[in-house]
Design a protein around this ligand. Sequence first.
Ligand code: PLP
Length: 357
Amino acid sequence: MECYLDNSATTRPSDSAVAASARAMTEVWGNPSALHRIGDEANALLESSRKTAAKFLRAGSSEVYFTGCGTDSNNLAIFGTVRALRRRGNRIVTTAVEHPSVEEPMKRLEEDGYDVVRLPVDGNGCVDPDDLAKAVTKDTILVSMMLVNNEVGSIMPLSAARTAIRRAKAPALLHCDGVQGFGKLPVTPKELGVDLLSASAHKIHGPKGVGLLYVKSGTRILPYLLGGGQEGGLRSGTEGMPAIAGFAAAIGDLGDFGTVEKNLQRVTGLRDSLLQQLNGIDYTVNSPENALPYILNLSIPGIPSEVLRNSLSEKGVYVSTGSACSKGHRSTVLTQMGIAPERIDSAIRISFSATTT
Ligand code: PLP
């Protein structure tokens, strides 16, 4: 028996996603920009996919832009905002535990002279709302904060970021890397108070190589990928229809927020049952108590992460050690949370999906 428990890295594409992708390669294979029947059919599929995504987010179709992946969405949101607002200020606020697809653009902006403030997290992997309030000043042009941390599952206080921007009377846009929360938490961009929200298909049983960026109506950002002006000019390049159609099918599988809520309860049960079965083993949970249950980070002292991962892999159980040493460096997230180095060296990430049994 195999047990795949690395769903935060990627998920197995659902049957309906595979079928929708195949259909977009065999039947509806036209270029959505082409002005004839074959193109019109592809365009209809593109727009119905957009509608599915928008409906799920309880947003308008004109607020959803398809991109090449979650990384693309994050880069577009960050560089697009800074390009649009660069005359309004020089300060950018983010967290010290963002995914590299946010952190690396931040480093580039720092090299370009922007003042990037990275807020620390507490032992629960969370930013302090008071720190946010202090960090956001009237010359802040962007606040970028993830919804769910990909290593430990902590849920960030997005509403405190919105309040901080309002109080400071800052021109800042609020961007949220929602890749690990999309389809797992029943929250809309509107409820989160964000202007920009990134998501990625392969974390919710869709294909790899497609993401989306929600851009709140009336928000102006500028593209960094220039070309034929697809996706309202924000993300040029002929739309990756097989992936987009598969993404829409995967979103369709999610159903509505009622199902998202049910999945959340079920996965909480799975996580708790797994922990119960570890009874008798000396382990420490690194994920905070109120983390998204889909992500469980734990350490078994004395067993190096890689040894445990490889040994489990030989038995057909797949987990991740992305949270431990990468390229000789210890996990920034666990280090920031104040976890001792020995514990970090034996940390593994177990991640569930709505289809895990
Ligand atoms: N943001 C977070 C929090 C992630 O976990 C990931 C992927 O692991 C990404 C962004 C990047 O998404 P993609 O793989 O679609 O580029």
